[in-house]
Design a protein around this ligand. Sequence first.
Ligand code: NAP
Length: 246
Amino acid sequence: MTRAAIVTGGASGIGAAIARHLAADGALVAIFDLDGTAAEAAATAIEEAGGKAIGLPVDVTARAAIDAGVEQVRSRLGRPSILVNSAGATIAGPFLDIAAETWDRALAVNLTGTFDCCQAVLPDMIEERWGRIVNISSSSVHSGSRGLAAYVAAKSGVVGLTKVLALEFAPYGITVNTIPPGFIDTPMLRKTLEQGVFDLDQQIANTPVGRIGRPEDVAATCAFLVNEEAGYITGQIIGVNGGRNT
Ligand code: NAP
Protein backbone atom coordinates (compact mmCIF):
# COMPACT_ATOMS: atom_id res chain seq x y z
CA MET A 1 0.00 0.00 0.00
CA THR A 2 1.28 3.47 -0.89
CA ARG A 3 1.41 5.65 2.20
CA ALA A 4 1.58 9.41 2.61
CA ALA A 5 4.42 10.60 4.86
CA ILE A 6 5.14 14.01 6.35
CA VAL A 7 8.75 14.89 7.16
CA THR A 8 9.20 18.17 9.04
CA GLY A 9 12.53 19.92 8.57
CA GLY A 10 12.77 17.81 5.41
CA ALA A 11 14.58 20.43 3.31
CA SER A 12 17.94 19.94 5.02
CA GLY A 13 20.26 17.49 6.73
CA ILE A 14 18.71 14.50 8.48
CA GLY A 15 15.13 15.34 7.45
CA ALA A 16 16.14 15.61 3.78
CA ALA A 17 17.88 12.21 3.89
CA ILE A 18 14.79 10.69 5.54
CA ALA A 19 12.50 12.21 2.89
CA ARG A 20 14.71 10.77 0.12
CA HIS A 21 14.83 7.32 1.73
CA LEU A 22 11.07 7.11 2.36
CA ALA A 23 10.33 8.25 -1.20
CA ALA A 24 12.75 5.63 -2.57
CA ASP A 25 10.82 3.06 -0.51
CA GLY A 26 7.61 4.14 -2.26
CA ALA A 27 6.05 6.63 0.18
CA LEU A 28 4.36 9.79 -1.07
CA VAL A 29 6.37 12.40 0.83
CA ALA A 30 5.36 15.86 2.01
CA ILE A 31 8.28 18.01 3.11
CA PHE A 32 7.34 20.65 5.70
CA ASP A 33 10.03 23.27 6.23
CA LEU A 34 10.43 26.85 7.35
CA ASP A 35 11.98 27.64 3.99
CA GLY A 36 9.29 26.86 1.40
CA THR A 37 11.65 27.32 -1.55
CA ALA A 38 14.11 24.84 -0.07
CA ALA A 39 11.24 22.43 0.67
CA GLU A 40 10.10 22.62 -2.95
CA ALA A 41 13.67 22.13 -4.21
CA ALA A 42 14.07 19.02 -2.04
CA ALA A 43 10.75 17.68 -3.35
CA THR A 44 11.79 18.37 -6.96
CA ALA A 45 15.05 16.47 -6.43
CA ILE A 46 13.04 13.48 -5.14
CA GLU A 47 10.71 13.64 -8.16
CA GLU A 48 13.70 13.80 -10.52
CA ALA A 49 14.97 10.61 -8.89
CA GLY A 50 11.63 8.92 -9.65
CA GLY A 51 9.81 9.45 -6.34
CA LYS A 52 6.69 11.40 -5.44
CA ALA A 53 7.05 14.44 -3.18
CA ILE A 54 5.67 17.88 -2.48
CA GLY A 55 7.32 20.70 -0.54
CA LEU A 56 5.34 23.09 1.64
CA PRO A 57 6.31 26.15 3.69
CA VAL A 58 5.31 25.10 7.21
CA ASP A 59 6.68 26.65 10.38
CA VAL A 60 6.19 24.01 13.07
CA THR A 61 5.83 26.73 15.71
CA ALA A 62 2.58 27.86 14.04
CA ARG A 63 -0.31 25.45 14.59
CA ALA A 64 -2.47 27.05 11.91
CA ALA A 65 0.31 26.51 9.35
CA ILE A 66 0.67 22.86 10.40
CA ASP A 67 -3.09 22.27 10.07
CA ALA A 68 -3.13 23.94 6.64
CA GLY A 69 -0.14 21.83 5.55
CA VAL A 70 -1.76 18.60 6.73
CA GLU A 71 -4.94 19.54 4.84
CA GLN A 72 -2.87 19.98 1.67
CA VAL A 73 -1.31 16.56 2.22
CA ARG A 74 -4.78 14.97 2.57
CA SER A 75 -5.98 16.49 -0.69
CA ARG A 76 -2.77 16.01 -2.74
CA LEU A 77 -1.25 12.76 -1.39
CA GLY A 78 -3.92 11.17 0.78
CA ARG A 79 -4.38 10.63 4.50
CA PRO A 80 -0.98 10.94 6.24
CA SER A 81 -0.07 7.74 8.08
CA ILE A 82 3.66 8.39 8.61
CA LEU A 83 5.04 11.43 10.47
CA VAL A 84 8.71 12.17 11.06
CA ASN A 85 9.42 15.18 13.24
CA SER A 86 12.92 16.31 12.26
CA ALA A 87 12.53 20.11 12.35
CA GLY A 88 14.74 21.45 15.10
CA ALA A 89 17.09 24.21 16.06
CA THR A 90 20.08 24.22 18.40
CA ILE A 91 19.97 27.35 20.47
CA ALA A 92 23.30 27.66 22.27
CA GLY A 93 24.54 29.84 25.12
CA PRO A 94 25.67 29.73 28.74
CA PHE A 95 22.82 28.89 31.09
CA LEU A 96 22.89 32.15 33.07
CA ASP A 97 22.60 34.16 29.85
CA ILE A 98 19.49 32.40 28.53
CA ALA A 99 16.71 34.94 28.10
CA ALA A 100 13.09 33.89 28.58
CA GLU A 101 12.40 34.39 24.85
CA THR A 102 15.36 32.17 23.92
CA TRP A 103 14.12 29.43 26.25
CA ASP A 104 10.60 29.74 24.82
CA ARG A 105 11.90 29.61 21.23
CA ALA A 106 13.92 26.43 21.90
CA LEU A 107 10.85 24.73 23.36
CA ALA A 108 8.56 26.03 20.60
CA VAL A 109 10.64 24.63 17.73
CA ASN A 110 11.93 21.41 19.26
CA LEU A 111 9.13 20.31 21.61
CA THR A 112 5.83 22.13 21.00
CA GLY A 113 6.29 21.77 17.23
CA THR A 114 6.54 18.01 17.69
CA PHE A 115 3.46 18.02 19.96
CA ASP A 116 1.43 20.04 17.44
CA CYS A 117 2.42 17.92 14.42
CA CYS A 118 1.56 14.71 16.29
CA GLN A 119 -1.80 16.12 17.38
CA ALA A 120 -2.56 17.29 13.83
CA VAL A 121 -2.02 13.88 12.17
CA LEU A 122 -3.05 11.37 14.84
CA PRO A 123 -6.79 11.56 14.02
CA ASP A 124 -5.97 10.39 10.45
CA MET A 125 -3.87 7.52 11.80
CA ILE A 126 -6.58 6.50 14.27
CA GLU A 127 -9.13 6.40 11.47
CA GLU A 128 -6.71 4.35 9.36
CA ARG A 129 -5.98 2.04 12.33
CA TRP A 130 -2.31 2.31 11.29
CA GLY A 131 0.38 4.91 11.88
CA ARG A 132 4.09 5.46 12.38
CA ILE A 133 5.60 8.43 14.18
CA VAL A 134 9.36 8.94 14.55
CA ASN A 135 10.53 11.90 16.61
CA ILE A 136 14.13 13.00 16.11
CA SER A 137 15.47 13.93 19.55
CA SER A 138 19.19 14.12 20.38
CA SER A 139 21.93 12.02 21.96
CA SER A 140 22.47 15.02 24.25
CA VAL A 141 19.45 13.79 26.23
CA HIS A 142 21.66 10.88 27.37
CA SER A 143 24.80 12.84 28.08
CA GLY A 144 23.75 16.45 28.64
CA SER A 145 25.68 19.05 26.70
CA ARG A 146 27.32 22.18 28.05
CA GLY A 147 25.87 25.37 26.56
CA LEU A 148 22.70 23.72 25.25
CA ALA A 149 20.38 23.76 28.30
CA ALA A 150 17.21 24.90 26.51
CA TYR A 151 17.79 22.55 23.56
CA VAL A 152 18.54 19.52 25.73
CA ALA A 153 15.54 20.25 27.96
CA ALA A 154 13.29 20.47 24.89
CA LYS A 155 14.69 17.27 23.35
CA SER A 156 14.30 15.46 26.70
CA GLY A 157 10.64 16.50 26.54
CA VAL A 158 10.42 14.90 23.09
CA VAL A 159 11.59 11.59 24.59
CA GLY A 160 8.92 11.76 27.31
CA LEU A 161 6.23 12.74 24.83
CA THR A 162 7.20 9.79 22.61
CA LYS A 163 6.78 7.32 25.47
CA VAL A 164 3.33 8.61 26.41
CA LEU A 165 2.06 8.69 22.81
CA ALA A 166 3.31 5.13 22.31
CA LEU A 167 1.16 3.97 25.25
CA GLU A 168 -1.93 5.96 24.31
CA PHE A 169 -2.01 5.03 20.62
CA ALA A 170 -0.72 1.44 20.51
CA PRO A 171 -4.29 0.09 20.52
CA TYR A 172 -4.85 1.79 17.14
CA GLY A 173 -1.89 0.15 15.40
CA ILE A 174 0.19 3.31 15.75
CA THR A 175 3.83 3.14 16.83
CA VAL A 176 5.76 6.11 18.21
CA ASN A 177 9.54 5.96 18.60
CA THR A 178 12.39 8.40 18.94
CA ILE A 179 15.81 8.47 17.34
CA PRO A 180 18.34 10.52 19.29
CA PRO A 181 21.12 11.09 16.74
CA GLY A 182 24.65 11.85 17.83
CA PHE A 183 27.00 14.01 15.84
CA ILE A 184 25.63 13.84 12.29
CA ASP A 185 27.25 15.88 9.51
CA THR A 186 24.55 18.45 8.61
CA PRO A 187 24.31 22.24 8.24
CA MET A 188 23.08 22.42 11.84
CA LEU A 189 26.13 20.58 13.17
CA ARG A 190 28.48 22.70 11.07
CA LYS A 191 26.89 25.84 12.53
CA THR A 192 27.30 24.51 16.08
CA LEU A 193 30.96 23.73 15.35
CA GLU A 194 31.48 27.28 14.08
CA GLN A 195 29.96 28.60 17.33
CA GLY A 196 32.61 26.61 19.21
CA VAL A 197 30.08 24.46 21.10
CA PHE A 198 31.95 21.29 20.01
CA ASP A 199 35.40 20.41 18.78
CA LEU A 200 35.17 18.09 15.75
CA ASP A 201 38.39 16.10 16.33
CA GLN A 202 37.61 15.57 20.00
CA GLN A 203 34.08 14.37 19.19
CA ILE A 204 35.38 11.91 16.58
CA ALA A 205 37.96 10.67 19.08
CA ASN A 206 35.08 10.03 21.52
CA THR A 207 33.10 8.08 18.92
CA PRO A 208 33.82 4.33 19.03
CA VAL A 209 33.18 3.79 15.30
CA GLY A 210 35.71 6.57 14.63
CA ARG A 211 33.77 8.81 12.31
CA ILE A 212 31.13 11.50 12.19
CA GLY A 213 27.61 10.24 11.40
CA ARG A 214 25.91 10.70 8.04
CA PRO A 215 22.28 11.82 7.59
CA GLU A 216 21.76 8.52 5.72
CA ASP A 217 22.65 6.60 8.90
CA VAL A 218 19.62 8.14 10.60
CA ALA A 219 17.44 7.82 7.49
CA ALA A 220 18.01 4.06 7.26
CA THR A 221 16.97 3.59 10.90
CA CYS A 222 13.91 5.77 10.44
CA ALA A 223 12.88 3.91 7.27
CA PHE A 224 13.00 0.65 9.21
CA LEU A 225 10.87 2.06 12.05
CA VAL A 226 8.11 3.23 9.69
CA ASN A 227 7.93 -0.15 7.95
CA GLU A 228 5.10 -2.63 8.31
CA GLU A 229 7.57 -5.07 9.93
CA ALA A 230 8.36 -2.68 12.79
CA GLY A 231 4.86 -2.86 14.27
CA TYR A 232 6.07 -4.48 17.51
CA ILE A 233 8.55 -1.68 18.23
CA THR A 234 7.03 1.28 20.05
CA GLY A 235 7.97 3.71 22.81
CA GLN A 236 11.64 3.04 22.11
CA ILE A 237 14.72 5.23 22.04
CA ILE A 238 16.83 3.98 19.12
CA GLY A 239 20.24 5.64 19.29
CA VAL A 240 22.21 6.33 16.09
CA ASN A 241 25.46 7.67 17.48
CA GLY A 242 28.43 5.52 16.49
CA GLY A 243 28.47 3.94 19.94
CA ARG A 244 28.97 7.15 21.92
CA ASN A 245 25.92 6.50 24.10
CA THR A 246 24.30 3.17 24.89
P1 NAP B 1 19.38 21.01 9.73
O1 NAP B 1 20.23 20.56 8.60
O2 NAP B 1 19.49 22.42 10.21
O3 NAP B 1 17.85 20.70 9.36
C1 NAP B 1 16.81 21.16 10.17
C2 NAP B 1 15.72 21.69 9.26
O4 NAP B 1 14.62 22.10 10.10
C3 NAP B 1 16.16 22.94 8.47
O5 NAP B 1 15.71 22.87 7.14
C4 NAP B 1 15.47 24.06 9.23
O6 NAP B 1 15.19 25.18 8.44
C5 NAP B 1 14.19 23.36 9.63
N1 NAP B 1 13.49 24.11 10.67
C6 NAP B 1 14.01 24.80 11.70
N2 NAP B 1 13.03 25.40 12.40
C7 NAP B 1 11.87 25.05 11.80
C8 NAP B 1 10.53 25.38 12.03
N3 NAP B 1 10.17 26.19 13.04
N4 NAP B 1 9.57 24.86 11.22
C9 NAP B 1 9.93 24.06 10.18
N5 NAP B 1 11.18 23.74 9.90
C10 NAP B 1 12.15 24.23 10.70
O7 NAP B 1 19.63 20.11 11.00
P2 NAP B 1 19.81 18.53 11.21
O8 NAP B 1 21.11 18.34 11.84
O9 NAP B 1 19.41 17.77 10.00
O10 NAP B 1 18.71 18.32 12.34
C11 NAP B 1 17.56 17.50 12.18
C12 NAP B 1 17.09 17.09 13.55
O11 NAP B 1 18.08 16.27 14.17
C13 NAP B 1 16.85 18.26 14.50
O12 NAP B 1 15.69 18.04 15.26
C14 NAP B 1 18.08 18.25 15.38
O13 NAP B 1 17.85 18.82 16.64
C15 NAP B 1 18.36 16.77 15.47
N6 NAP B 1 19.74 16.43 15.84
C16 NAP B 1 20.77 16.63 14.97
C17 NAP B 1 22.05 16.25 15.35
C18 NAP B 1 23.24 16.40 14.46
O14 NAP B 1 24.35 16.01 14.86
N7 NAP B 1 23.12 16.95 13.27
C19 NAP B 1 22.28 15.69 16.61
C20 NAP B 1 21.22 15.53 17.46
C21 NAP B 1 19.94 15.89 17.06
P3 NAP B 1 16.25 26.41 8.45
O15 NAP B 1 17.53 25.85 7.96
O16 NAP B 1 15.61 27.41 7.52
O17 NAP B 1 16.33 26.88 9.88
